[in-house]
Design a protein around this ligand. Sequence first.
Ligand code: N2P
Length: 387
Amino acid sequence: MKNTACLSLSGLILCILTACSGSHDNSNPQAASVAAANNAGTLSDSKTLKIYNWSDYVDPKTISEFEKKYGIKVTYNFYDSDETLESKILTGQSGYDIVGPSNSFVGRQIKAGAYQPLDKDQLPNWKYINPKLLDLLKDVDPGNQYAIPNYWGMNTIAINTEKVNAALGDTQMPQNSWDLVFNPEYTDKLKNCGISYMDSPVEMIPLALHYAGKDPNTQNKDDIDIAANIIKANRSNVLRYSSSGYIDDLARGDVCVAVGFGGDLNIAKRRRLEATGKKDILVLVPTQGVSLWVDTLTIPKDAANLKNAYRYLNWILEPQIAARNANYVSYAPSSLPAKELMKKEYREDNSIFPSDEVLANSYLVLPAKSETLKYELRLWQNLKAGK
Ligand code: N2P
């Protein structure tokens, strides 16, 4: 990661992946059942499009304009964890035409036969995609056959500065912002104004591992137990486990510290300003490092409205549309020209386009073995059950 060849911003992310030497996942879950599903879609005309993607991940205007342009009705449903999407997609009967897995899950789903290879002739705007992101995904999607990079971003922390300062009293803000959520010396004090954790082991465990000085992508159960124990030690101070609700919790002032997806935390900051006029939400970008991910868009094997899926995928790669979406959700778009069309304040925001210093201390979350995922899920259920 400290390699001098890794100088550009996106080059650094690429180096992060290379340094971590790729996926841990060799399994092929439910391959038979998914592969057996029929490729139901055709390129004939239909009037519907069904999308299943992360919550707070698109400007509503994108959908309404698309519907108008093509005379199509779009059904857009949401999830807030890769695990939720995976449980649907691996049945082979997703019921959707487009879904949005992250880099750490898409590879296993591709291997399981969950997706259709992309027909690039239907995607003339593919040329706008940042080639570094395509390179980065090659490890999980060899030849970039199935997954279109959509956004990339970080998991980090946002605080309500007034409430946190009041709760900490004489205690100074820590040098390492992760102490605010993982060190009981701080969480004991912040408990009163509300701490929110993401409700997903795959999001929280790498953060706790990195905080403990361990490899965030380790598959070693003893190390994972260390991370779980850090989370356990703070459990009684955590008010809420949620991977999307923290946006409104922060905006309303119901929590004062939240671990979340970077863009969502920026949305919370904006909503609070709009609703109350207050500028008290700060999205922190710890120089000690953050988790990084790349989200993709894919076409499930059972997609029934293939022509509309391609129309939509190509539409959102239009630089103007990609930039408007990126401004709305405050994430870094995969489209290179879109970045230049984004609001200046966002282009220069370290929580959207992290500095080289932050990137150098950060890590891409890589696919875990199925066995590790199961182990983490059990830990998480026990943890939340107070065991
Ligand atoms: C947006 C969620 C971002 C997903 N609400 C990160 N994989």
